[in-house]
Design a protein around this ligand. Structure first.
Ligand code: C2O
Ligand code: CU
Ligand code: CU
Length: 487
């Protein structure tokens, strides 16, 4: 073969490969976008996790028995899904705790591997926190105890084993914690659990042919593995019948990676009443609530008799360039839950004008120092998680300003505290970030100033974690540790 012909053949082969490659990429690109808007039939009644109020313990405390176990669940696939759960095959009970009371959690691990149980958003001693330093071996029971001392809020629990949190949360080990207090009880808000106060636990899952929760997918996602199947409280294709005019939805994004812009399909506003750590000072009318993994929000929705209203996850558009955005789920539109109003609706009072007694703690006025944190790659201040290294030492009862900067899509979660967002990129925060927060999303290159204060518990030997709550990032080391020392 002449040299010229050879070059020509090589060129043809190379371009054929390029075209095939581009074609394959186009298919991957097209398949990466999910759109279920208007396509669901909402056939299944929404599962309401059982409410667990605890049983009286020997020392006047309230005891909660939690057994973490394997099981199978119908998640809407052709085969049963192999899942993990708490006191059941998938997800766990909703724990109701009261401010001022002591609780004791008895967490038994019947999984085939060690786990932990973390109380996300809870103010508690580091030894009770359930991070990677409190492993529960197979067959073991862990019994942390503490006094509930924080405002009414929607918190949650989930495992936090070192570098393996995604594996546990994605299989379904998660549940809500409702903190009740006097102030919240005195307000005219919907609060009958499962009737007009409804848990809405959002998760996406991907199952393989055998029903295993899988991470396998050609994924270019910058934020971690996305599922292709939406679940609310573990229910695929769900609806809930509403019999009162106003319903309070406690939204929890318990996904490992997916970010949700939650709103109503018809665009009507919702009344935002609470964020991660409890009530806002004043309710806010919003059309969308953006929730990254770990974040919560409480909204009150008003319905008309007989109508059907769909809660939808709208395209959030985050991720940066179009490629990253697509694989970060930024173009996805997902129907979540249908609210079916009864033929007649019981009246409910209007949402009060005043909710919390004031802006969230702490007041930045007395701040003693500023700490800076840089989120970049899979590191915080250039460091990856090291179980044996303490990254920050914080003095108890001192208010600090934490200036957190990110160069791309990440989140930032601090254990033990609720913080106040002071500024985002030099501007005051939007309504959805004006309440107490423990997790905040960085939508791209951005800086947030937070007022942070650790109170009550000092323990120089046991660290609290702070980390990116995109769980794949967290598992890859985007987590640091701090200890709180006495003043
Ligand atoms: Cu939701 Cu470190 O946790
Ligand atoms: Cu946490
Ligand atoms: Cu991250």
């Amino acid at each position: 073969m002449s040299r010229g012909r050879m070059i020509k053949r090589v060129l043809i082969a190379v371009s054929a490969l390029a075209i095939a490659g581009a074609g394959a990429l186009a298919v991957v690109w097209g398949q990466a976008r999910l759109d279920t808007a208007g396509k669901l039939r909402f056939e299944r009644p929404l599962r309401i996790p059982p409410l667990e109020e605890g049983r009286p313990g020997a020392r006047g405390e309230r005891v909660y028995d939690l057994r973490v176990q394997q099981g199978t669940a119908d998640l809407g696939a052709d085969v049963p899904a192999r899942t993990w759960g708490v006191n059941g095959p998938h997800l766990g009970p909703t724990l109701r705790v009261r401010r001022g009371e002591r609780v004791r959690m008895r967490v038994r691990n019947d999984l085939p591997e060690p786990t932990t149980m973390h109380w996300h958003g809870m103010h508690l001693p580091a030894v009770a926190d359930g991070g990677p330093h409190q492993p529960i071996g197979r067959g073991e029971t862990w019994t942390p105890t503490w006094r509930i001392d924080q405002p009414a809020a929607t918190l949650w629990y989930h495992p936090h084993p070192h570098a393996r949190t995604e594996h546990h949360v994605a299989r379904g080990v998660a549940g809500m914690v409702l903190v009740a207090d006097e102030r919240e009880r005195s307000l005219a808000l919907p609060r009958e659990y499962g009737v007009d106060d409804i848990p809405v636990i959002l998760q996406d899952v991907r199952l393989d042919d055998e029903g295993n929760v899988s991470k396998a997918s050609i994924s270019f996602s910058p934020i971690g593995h996305l599922g292709d199947r939406m679940l609310v409280n573990g229910t695929p294709d769900p609806h809930v019948v509403v019999r009162r005019e106003r319903v309070r939805l406690r939204l929890l994004n318990a996904s490992t990676a997916r970010i949700h812009d939650v709103g109503l399909a018809d665009g009507r506003p919702m009344t935002l009443v609470a964020t991660d750590g409890g009530l806002l000072e004043h309710p806010a009318e919003v059309r969308r609530v953006r929730l990254s993994p770990g974040e919560r929000a409480e909204v009150v929705v008003r319905l008309r008799p007989r109508e059907r209203l769909v809660l939808r996850s709208h395209p959030h558009g985050l991720g940066g360039d179009p490629w990253s955005r697509r694989f970060a789920g930024g173009d996805d539109r997902l129907d979540l839950l249908q609210l079916r109003a009864a033929r007649t609706l019981e009246r409910s009072p209007e949402v009060p004008e005043r909710l919390a007694a004031g802006p969230p703690e702490p007041d930045p006025a007395g701040a003693t120092r500023t700490r800076r944190f840089e989120l970049s790659g899979r590191t915080i201040n250039g460091r990856r998680m090291d179980m044996g290294r303490i990254d920050e030492v914080v003095r108890r009862d001192e208010t600090e300003i934490w200036e957190v900067s990110s160069n791309s899509l990440h989140s930032f979660h601090i254990h033990d505290v609720q913080f106040r967002v002071l500024e985002i990129d030099g501007r005051p925060p939007p309504p959805a970030l004006r309440g107490p927060k423990d997790t905040i999303l960085f939508e791209g290159r951005s800086t947030a100033r937070l007022a942070v204060r650790f109170t009550d518990y000092a323990d120089p030997r046991t660290p609290y974690m702070f980390h990116c709550h995109l769980i794949d990032h967290e598992d890859r080391g985007m987590m640091n540790q701090l200890v709180v020392t006495p003043p």
